[in-house]
Design a protein around this ligand. Structure first.
Ligand SMILES: Cc1cc2nc3c(=O)[nH]c(=O)nc-3n(C[C@H](O)[C@H](O)[C@H](O)COP(=O)(O)OP(=O)(O)OC[C@H]3O[C@@H](n4cnc5c(N)ncnc54)[C@H](O)[C@@H]3O)c2cc1C
Length: 430
C-alpha cells in the first residue's frame, strides 16, 4: 500500500525515463504531474502507423540484450510478442551491386575483428585521447590494404560502430566511446511496436501533453515550472530533457545549473541515426535474411538495410543512415531521400524493381523535442560526464534520461533505469 504524501513532483518529459519516475513516485503516494511538450507521449519511442496501418518504430526498435533487461520484463508483463534479430543472417553486396563472395565476406569480418582488437589495445596503451577516426586512419595507413579492403573496412566500421553509436568515428572518443555495458542474450524487436509498452505505462498517470516547458525555477521551498500552457508548482522536479534540448538552451534554469553540469552538457554530444522506411507493392529482395549490407563506395551511405518482411510479412525495408550523412539527409525532401535509396536498391536488384508505394523518413536532429537520436562520447569527454548530468541540484531538481545513465546510455533500458533512479533519490529524502 502506498504511503500518502502531500508532496508534488513535476516531471518534465513523458519519454521512458519520465514514465518510469512517475510510476514509482505515484506508487509511493506522491502527487505527480508529467509536463510533455509534444502532443503525444513516448518521446524517442514512437510507433507510426501511417504506412498502411503497419506499426513501424521511428525511434527505438530493439530491446538490446534480453537477459535481465528490465524492458524484457515489461514486454513479458504486457504480453508483447517479440522476434529475435539474427545479425548473422545477412547478405552483403558490393558497390557494383553484385553479391559479395564468401571469401570476401569472411575477410570483411576478420579485418574488422582485427581492427576491434587493435582499438582495445590502443585504449589500454595510448596515453592521450583522440578520435576513433584518427586511430583508424593511422591503423590503416600502417597496413598494405588494397582499395577494396579499405572500402570493406569503411563499410564494416560504418555498420558495426557508426550505426550503433550514431556518429562518425571522427566524432567518437577512442578511449571512451564504448565504455557502456550491455545485457546478454539476443536483441529482439517488438512486433506491433514500442508504443505498446508506453500505452500500458501511461495508465493512471496525470500527463499534460502539448505543455512546452520554458523555464524551471528552483527556490529553497520548491520548484516552479513555466510552460506554454501555464505555470506549475511542486516540491521537486525530475528533468528528463534530452541532451540535445539541454544543449540548445531553450529551457531556462533559474538559477542557472551548476558549472560542472553545464560543462558536461556541452562536452557530450547528441548523435544522429535516421531511418527510411520504404513500402513496396511486392518483395523483390532476398526475403529470408534479417539484414542486407551494401559496401558503398560513397562511405557511410545506405550501407545497412533491415528486412521488415521477416517481422511483418509485409514488403517493407528500412535503410539506416547515421552521423554526418544521416544529418545531411534531413535537409532533403522525402521524395529525394527515397530516390537516393532507390539508386542503391536498383544497383542491387535491377532497374525493373518497383518504386515504393509508401515512404516514412525520420529527422531526429531537426526534432525540437530531441535534437538528435541519442548521446555519445566525443574525444575528451568521458563516462563521468553522464554522472555529472545525473547529479541532483539543490535537493529539488533530479535528472533522468538516457544521457544520465553512465552504464547504459543511448538505450531504452538506460532511460527506464535512470527514471527509477531519480524516483529513488526523491523517495530517499523521506
Ligand atoms: C532512431 C533511433 C533508434 C533507436 N534505437 C534504439 C534501440 O533499438 N534500442 C534502444 O534501447 N534504444 C534505441 N534508441 C534510444 C532510445 O530510444 C532512447 O534512449 C530513449 O527512448 C530515451 O528516453 P528518454 O526518456 O531519455 O528521452 P525521450 O524519450 O526523448 O523523452 C524526453 C521527453 O521530453 C520531452 N521534451 C523535450 N523538450 C521538452 C520541453 N521543452 N517541454 C516539455 N517536454 C519536452 C520530449 O518530447 C520527450 O517526450 C533509439 C533512438 C532513436 C532516435
Amino acid at each position: 500500500m502506498a504511503a500518502s504524501s502531500s508532496k508534488t513532483v513535476l516531471i518534465v518529459g513523458a519519454g521512458m525515463s519520465g514514465l518510469a519516475a512517475a510510476i514509482d513516485l505515484k506508487a509511493a503516494g506522491y502527487h505527480v504531474i508529467i509536463l510533455e511538450g509534444r502532443d503525444r507521449i513516448g518521446g524517442r519511442l514512437h510507433t507510426d502507423t501511417s504506412l498502411n496501418g503497419l506499426p513501424l518504430d521511428l525511434g527505438a526498435s530493439w530491446i538490446h540484450g534480453i537477459r535481465n533487461n528490465p524492458i524484457s520484463e515489461l514486454a513479458n508483463k504486457y504480453k508483447i510478442k517479440t522476434a529475435v534479430t539474427n545479425y548473422e543472417a545477412m547478405i552483403r553486396y558490393a558497390d557494383n551491386g553484385k553479391r559479395i563472395s564468401d571469401s570476401r565476406d569472411a575477410r570483411i569480418d576478420s579485418n574488422f575483428d582485427q581492427l576491434a582488437a587493435a582499438i582495445s589495445k590502443a585504449q589500454n596503451e595510448e596515453v592521450k585521447d583522440r578520435s576513433l577516426g584518427s586511430f583508424i586512419s593511422s591503423y590503416t595507413a600502417k597496413r598494405s590494404f588494397t582499395p577494396e579492403q579499405i572500402q570493406d573496412l569503411n563499410y564494416a566500421v560504418n555498420t558495426e560502430i557508426e550505426h550503433e553509436y550514431a556518429s562518425d568515428v571522427n566524432d567518437l572518443s577512442l578511449f571512451e566511446f564504448d565504455q557502456d555495458n550491455a545485457y546478454g542474450g539476443s536483441d529482439v524487436v517488438l512486433l506491433g511496436g514500442y508504443s505498446q509498452i508506453v500505452e500500458q505505462l501511461k495508465i493512471g498517470l496525470d500527463i499534460r501533453t502539448s505543455h512546452i516547458v520554458q523555464s524551471i525555477t528552483r527556490t529553497s521551498s520548491g520548484v516552479s515550472i513555466a510552460t506554454s500552457k501555464g505555470t506549475f508548482d511542486g516540491n521537486f522536479a525530475v528533468i528528463t530533457l534530452p541532451l540535445g534540448v539541454l544543449q540548445q538552451g531553450n529551457v531556462v534554469f533559474n538559477p542557472p545549473l551548476p558549472s560542472t553540469k553545464v560543462a558536461s552538457i556541452s562536452r557530450l554530444k547528441m548523435s544522429v541515426l535516421n531511418k527510411c522506411y520504404l513500402r513496396f507493392p511486392r518483395v523483390f529482395w532476398d526475403s529470408q535474411p534479417d539484414l542486407l549490407g551494401y559496401v558503398n563506395s560513397a562511405r557511410g551511405q545506405w550501407c545497412e538495410w533491415l528486412n521488415m518482411y521477416r517481422y511483418t510479412n509485409q514488403p517493407v525495408l528500412i535503410g539506416f543512415n547515421a552521423g554526418t550523412y544521416g544529418e545531411q539527409l534531413e535537409a532533403q525532401s522525402d521524395a529525394t531521400i527515397a530516390a537516393s535509396a532507390m539508386i542503391v536498391l536498383r544497383k542491387i536488384y535491377g532497374k525493373s524493381i518497383p518504386d515504393p508505394i509508401g515512404v516514412r523518413v525520420t529527422r531526429w536532429k531537426s526534432d525540437v523535442f530531441s535534437r538528435g537520436s541519442y548521446s555519445h562520447i566525443p574525444p575528451n569527454a568521458t563516462g563521468s560526464d553522464y554522472d555529472s548530468l545525473a547529479s541532483s541540484v539543490g535537493g529539488r531538481l533530479f535528472f533522468a534520461g538516457e544521457a544520465t545513465h553512465r552504464k547504459y546510455p543511448s538505450t531504452v533500458h538506460g532511460a527506464w533505469l535512470s527514471g527509477r533512479r531519480a524516483a529513488t533519490e526523491i523517495l530517499s529524502l523521506g
